[in-house]
Design a protein around this ligand. Structure first.
Ligand SMILES: Cc1cc2nc3c(=O)[nH]c(=O)nc-3n(C[C@H](O)[C@H](O)[C@H](O)COP(=O)(O)OP(=O)(O)OC[C@H]3O[C@@H](n4cnc5c(N)ncnc54)[C@H](O)[C@@H]3O)c2cc1C
Ligand code: FES
Length: 268
């Protein structure tokens, strides 16, 4: 068992704090010895007896890793039930994160739990002294993530809710479409339909755009092929999960998601 964990560079991580961030979304602060992730990279999280799943850290500070998890199924429900003092297993960080060294100002766009890697990128960009704005979209105000945290880091904050319970009534994309032209860079993570529209707008305006996308991740290290984005054969776990808009153009991104064992379903 010890040798197996060492081969995968899997570490035990102890939960030091659990924070309820929004309706159905909790953050776990974990003490761990993994190396500092680049925002946008992911770790594989394993609770024995459950699936191993990919999660993009929402913060890392002095050996404390924050994972912000939405409940969608069995494994994420189990993660939500864990308490401080309990342990889980982590391997990574894996994949390509956001390139935060691009020149100029940054517009950060997040939908739902896609705010996790985006708020971490915001922390690191502000540490580099970059000018940052944060657009956060959710169905209603009780599902919005990291609004006060973004303000604490002196980012300009724009809020969009589908039901109009706070900020602009409508989607983060509608807010973003009015702002993108003012920025040198866009970083985005969230539902794929939203990301696809942002990709198209950035390509039209010639704004540099990096998008963190999701596909079904099993090995996490480029071996099993479960996360491939056709027809370019991009492996989301190792070539991504962050891609420039030009790399995603003319792929099945925005059109199809492949579920194991290779079943393609249209993006809704
Ligand atoms: C690179 C990456 C980063 C992610 N970061 C976060 C994050 O920061 N916070 C967060 O809440 N969620 C994140 N997710 C999504 C998270 O991995 C899924 O919600 C989780 O795997 C669901 O597991 P489940 O057993 O609870 O639900 P299930 O019922 O097993 O699955 C529900 C849905 O989750 C997705 N899913 C399930 N297993 C996987 C898998 N192995 N790989 C990818 N998608 C899967 C599928 O769309 C599936 O239909 C990320 C996904 C990827 C690919
Ligand atoms: S998850 Fe195995 S190749 Fe990407």
């Amino acid at each position: 068992m010890k040798m197996f964990l060492e081969t995968l560079k899997m570490c035990k991580a102890e939960i030091v704090k659990v924070v309820k961030e929004a309706e159905g979304i909790k953050s776990l602060l974990l003490e761990t010895s993994i190396e500092k992730p680049i925002p946008g990279q992911f770790v594989m999280v394993w609770v024995p007896g459950f699936e191993e799943i990919p999660i993009s850290p929402s913060m890392y500070e002095r050996n404390v890793l924050r994972l912000t998890v939405a409940t969608v199924g069995e494994t994420t429900r189990k993660i939500h039930s864990l308490k401080p003092g309990e342990r889980l297993f982590i391997r990574g960080p894996y994949g390509r994160g956001f390139n935060l060294d691009e020149k100029g100002n940054f517009l950060l766009i997040a939908g739902g739990y896609g705010a996790a890697p985006i708020i971490y990128a915001l922390h690191e960009l502000r540490k580099k002294g970059k000018n940052v704005a944060y657009i956060i979209g959710a169905r209603s105000k009780d599902k919005l993530l990291f609004v006060s945290e973004a303000r604490k880091f002196n980012a300009e904050v724009y809020i969009a809710t589908d039901d109009g319970s706070l900020g602009f009534k409508g989607s983060a994309v509608e807010v973003a479409e009015k702002l993108i032209a003012k920025y040198d860079n866009v970083l985005a993570c969230g539902p794929e339909r939203m990301l696809y529209k942002i990709m198209l707008k950035c390509l039209e305006l010639g704004v540099k755009c990096q998008i963190s996308i999701e596909r079904y991740i099993k090995c996490g290290i480029g071996i099993c092929g479960s996360c491939v984005l056709d027809p370019k054969g991009l492996r989301v776990c190792s070539d991504g999960p962050v891609f420039y808009a030009e790399e995603l153009a003319n792929t099945e991104f925005g059109k199809y998601y492949t579920y194991p064992p290779g079943i393609k379903k249209p993006i809704e």
